[in-house]
Write a protein that binds this ligand. Structure first.
Ligand SMILES: N[C@@H](CCC(=O)N[C@@H](CS)C(=O)NCC(=O)O)C(=O)O
Length: 192
């Protein structure tokens, strides 16, 4: 398998944490790229031009972090990371992905020249983050695909938007993240 990724991408982190958790690190060729510079091999592999993107051993292309995570869960070692209620796990992951999408949109908006930024858009994304985080539930003693998405999400807030103060507003979530941040899979994938 070949995985196109970027170390700062929260979407890619969801996938790479799963690679580690499923004991697949020796089976995945890791190709670090900057998707914004349109590298030729990324565009040859995926017409979408985004990371993460996975090429399976059979040559199939899988895009979208959630789908790639489920694929890796299926081919890797150990019990399924979808748990006993797969739809509930997917729903938890989707909620976390909603926050990732909003945070990512804020970051991208902030990279525009100041006169082309749209403060209402940034505020809208911020309101979504503020609505979702109180609804997020953490679970102790397990680390499934929903938890992995949440860990990537909160790690991204720490990395790119520490000023929004999510830790002070949600101390239980902060404690949970500090706990899972000690997992080897999280340490190996810390954004930089
Ligand atoms: N929904 C996608 C989002 C992937 C995504 O937006 N990746 C960003 C990097 S964080 C990217 O490659 N952006 C390049 C672009 O938009 O051209 C997923 O979950 O995998």
């Amino acid at each position: 398998m070949k995985l196109f990724y970027n170390v700062a991408s929260p979407y890619a982190r969801r996938v790479i944490v799963t690679v580690h958790e499923k004991g697949l690190i020796d089976r995945v060729e890791m190709r670090e790229i900057d998707p914004w510079s349109d590298p030729a091999d990324l565009l040859a592999a995926t017409p979408v031009g985004k990371v993460p993107a996975l090429l399976t051993d059979a040559g199939a292309l899988i895009t979208e972090s959630a789908l790639i995570g489920e694929y890796l869960d299926g081919v890797g070692d150990g019990p399924s990371l979808l748990g006993s209620d797969a739809m509930l796990t997917r729903a938890r992951a989707a909620l976390a992905q909603g926050v990732i999408d909003a945070a990512f949109a804020i970051v991208i908006e902030g990279r525009r020249p100041p006169e082309r930024q749209w403060p209402d858009w940034i505020d809208r994304q911020r309101r979504a983050i503020d609505r979702v985080l109180p609804r997020v539930k953490v679970q102790e003693g397990r680390f499934d695909l929903g938890d992995i998405a949440l860990a990537a999400c909160l790690g991204y807030l720490d990395f790119r938007l520490p000023d929004i103060g999510w830790r002070a507003a949600h101390p239980r979530l902060a404690d949970w993240l500090d706990g899972v941040n000690r997992r080897p899979s999280m340490i190996a994938t810390a954004p930089r």
